[in-house]
Design a protein around this ligand. Structure first.
Ligand code: ACO
Length: 325
């Protein structure tokens, strides 16, 4: 059966490290609160690089690892909620910067689940034969969407990008993907766009509160724990795979307590999860591909290993993929 496999990974985070102590100098917070509530110690913050810049650096590493050149790529998908612009898409900007002139390029908006959604689309496109060599990127510059006066959200996020190259495969690769959305819960996690403003308005609409990330942390926490467990169960059922055969789980890196909950609930040792949120915080669509790239490069994932990618995010959205490496 034709499926798709990831043949190379790459990631990039900005050099500037902002510690919890650094944050406590600009807002009423402290290292103890942030560590105990989230597990985060520090995050990377852009010094002017935009989402496409981070994407390009991650993409180049993934292309090198996969041994492909930009002109081999025939589809570019960028998952992001912090695009450089409304249009052109970040994917088209990446296409221009890496000179991938043989590609179709578009963005996917599914917040922290965006990378999984992108892998799902790439997998389907490859299976139908429509595209052969796909670059999937998850990238965010969340520092430009953070309300730096809201300590409840500002401490949780960071900037970064991860990328993979996917190709057709006859044996290894994606064994199954599950995605789901619950739009009725969307108001729990929002990043607003522009307010509706034109010369013909009868009344001014105040959309100003939506200019930045706004989150109902407790509701997202409840959703996340349930969604992660459901997604893992669904993907195991779909692929008829046993949890004890899974070597590594790459979860969305939002909060250590969420991962800990899933570990306990599903009786999966915490060591089976690859966790790096202490260093990078929540980089939304980028957390899974950054963690995947790190796990591959440090040898946590080896050829033949069965792994699960699982995430949740704004929308609200969630999903999981089971991959044989
Ligand atoms: N520093 C110090 N105190 C703070 C901070 C801060 N940065 N932020 C909030 N507080 C205070 C609050 O004001 C509140 O004080 P009060 O009791 O005097 O009113 C107190 O800490 C408790 O606040 P809560 O919001 O109830 O804290 P909670 O224990 O629920 O933790 C958190 C908040 C970490 C956001 C939690 O709800 C959570 O983990 N939610 C999951 C959501 C998540 O991880 N989202 C990540 C992004 S979503 C995504 O990736 C898709």
């Amino acid at each position: 059966m034709i499926t798709s496999e990831i043949i190379g990974t790459g990631s990039y985070v900005p050099e500037k490290i902002v510690s919890n102590d650094d944050l406590s100098k600009i807002m009423d917070t402290n290292d103890e609160w942030i560590q105990s509530r989230s597990g985060i110690s520090e995050r990377r913050v852009s010094q002017g690089e935009d989402t496409s810049d981070l994407s390009v650096k991650a993409a180049i590493k993934a292309m090198e690892a996969a041994n492909v050149v930009a002109t081999d790529i025939d589809l570019i998908i960028v998952a992001t909620v912090t695009p450089d612009m409304y249009t052109p898409s970040t994917a088209c900007i990446v296409q221009k910067k890496i000179e991938a002139y043989n590609a179709t390029a578009f963005d996917v908006s599914a917040a922290c689940s965006g990378f999984l959604y992108g892998v799902s689309i790439a997998n389907s496109m490859i299976k139908t034969g429509q595209h052969k060599t796909v670059l999937v990127i998850g990238a965010e510059v969340l520092s430009k969407a953070i309300n730096w006066e809201d300590r409840a959200t500002a401490v949780l996020f960071g900037d970064g990008a991860g990328a993979v190259i996917m190709k057709a495969s006859e044996n290894r690769g994606v064994k199954g993907i599950y995605t789901m959305s619950e739009g009725d819960k969307g108001e729990n996690l929002e990043i607003g766009a522009k307010e509706v403003k034109n010369p013909f308005l009868d009344e001014k609409v105040d959309n100003s509160k939506y200019n930045y990330i706004a989150m109902n942390g407790r509701e997202v926490f409840k959703f996340a724990t349930k969604a992660m467990v459901t997604a893992v169960e669904k993907i195991l059922l779909e692929t008829k795979e046993d949890l004890c055969n899974i070597k590594c789980i790459i979860p969305h890196q939002a909060n250590y307590r969420i991962i800990q909950y899933v570990s306990k609930k599903m009786d999966i040792p915490i060591e089976h999860f690859y966790i790096n949120l202490d260093k990078y915080a929540n980089t939304s669509a980028a957390t899974i591909p950054i963690a995947l790239d790190e796990a591959v490069r440090v040898g946590r994932i080896k050829k033949g290993d069965k792994i699960i990618l699982v995430g949740f995010g704004g929308g609200l959205t969630y999903g999981a993929a089971l991959i044989e490496w």
